[in-house]
Design a protein around this ligand. Structure first.
Ligand code: FAD
Length: 307
């Protein structure tokens, strides 16, 4: 029951101010968002890749309100890519972006988000890597998929995310699997109404398995974004049945969650990509991590009380 309440709070400015000002917040936030600046995140990138892990980098931020903020978000990614150039990691460090941070919700937002994301995709390609478009709430997805299609005309490796909880997703998966796209499948992290999304965990898991099967049997590159051990072993089974080799799909997990599992899968020869978020505008990202596991919230509250 707590999850939906926390997700509602993730959109509240009052809660944002309260949580951001709490003295112990940073210590808890660091578990999921291990840096605020490029200088802080580069050593983390070096450390994780030295352990055989691959990365997808997220500069945190979303729901911006001015075109200037959208341009600043674009520039933050360009700064990161510029620093990655020297590390020569290629696709071992790719980018994940949220189009709302690039201006998608502003007036003329579809064109603005495309104009801001394109230079990021170009810069990523210039250092031999790529970009994945994250999936946000369901109202943004038609625009996200259209931008994805447009970017793929010049940069076919551009990926996108689909969410198992949405009723529309099996059809999206079929289309993307047939056109050879890189696709990350996740359960879905936003508060969505029953008119568009499964609400029951078991139903979401069943949909996830159906969608994985579509992706594994298709011609694209499936990226399995989950920490759920049952889904991970089903993914391995489906991949084997579809005749995929270990480098023909990958697992992805979030920084700070089940780190032992990241290393175990990498040691087994899987491509294991860690979604690593950094930056100062961490509130929305942090609240979604709390909502996914109420124990995180208890830990957060206990740290505040015992301080
Ligand atoms: P769950 O059943 O939620 O979790 C399985 C187990 O993992 C739990 O029992 C617990 O042990 C552990 N776990 C899961 N979450 C947490 C947590 N927050 N803290 C501590 N332990 C936890 N969602 C979107 O809507 N759009 C996106 O673009 C998107 N991108 C993502 C990218 C990656 C790489 C990943 C891994 C997730 C992404 N998500 C995204 C979030 C996703 O939708 C789920 O909310 C999240 O992954 C939790 O679901 P799960 O599959 O891990 O399964």
């Amino acid at each position: 029951m707590l999850g939906p309440v926390i997700l509602a709070a993730s959109r509240s400015d009052r809660m944002r101010r309260l949580v951001s000002a709490a003295p112990v917040t940073k210590q808890v936030v660091d578990r999921f968002i291990p840096g605020e600046t490029v200088d802080e995140i580069v050593p983390i990138i070096e450390d994780l890749t030295a352990q055989g892990l691959e990365l997808t980098m997220d500069v945190v931020g979303e729901d911006i309100t001015t075109p200037e903020q959208a341009a600043a978000a674009r520039d933050a990614y360009l700064e990161l890519i510029d620093r990655l150039k020297g590390l020569e990691l290629g696709t071992r460090a790719e980018m994940s972006v949220k189009l709302s941070m690039f201006g998608q919700a502003l007036e003329g937002g579809h064109e603005l988000a495309l104009a801001n994301v394109r230079p990021v995709v170009e810069a990523a390609a210039a250092i031999g890597t790529t970009v994945t478009l994250d999936a946000e709430d369901h109202t943004t997805l038609d625009s996200m998929f259209a931008i994805h299609e447009e970017l793929r005309k010049d940069f076919p490796q551009t990926g996108c995310v689909i969410q198992a909880y949405l009723f529309r997703t099996e059809a999206d998966a079929r289309r993307l699997a047939a056109n050879g796209s890189r696709v990350r499948i996740v359960k879905g992290a936003y508060k969505e109404p029953a008119s568009v999304a499964h609400q029951d965990k078991a139903e979401i898991d069943k949909a996830y398995v159906r969608i994985m099967r579509i992706l594994m049997e298709g011609s694209g590159y499936p990226m399995i974004g989950s920490h759920d051990p049952r889904l991970i072993s089903i993914a391995q089974e489906l991949a084997a049945r579809a005749g995929r080799k270990l480098d023909e799909y990958e697992f992805q997990m979030l920084y700070g969650i089940r780190g032992d599992e990241h290393l175990r899968l990498a040691a087994e020869g899987h491509r294991m990509r860690v979604y690593t978020a950094y930056g100062t505008d961490w509130y929305g990202y942090f609240m979604r991590r709390l909502a996914e596991k109420p124990a995180n919230l208890r830990f957060f509250v206990r740290s505040m009380l015992t301080r």
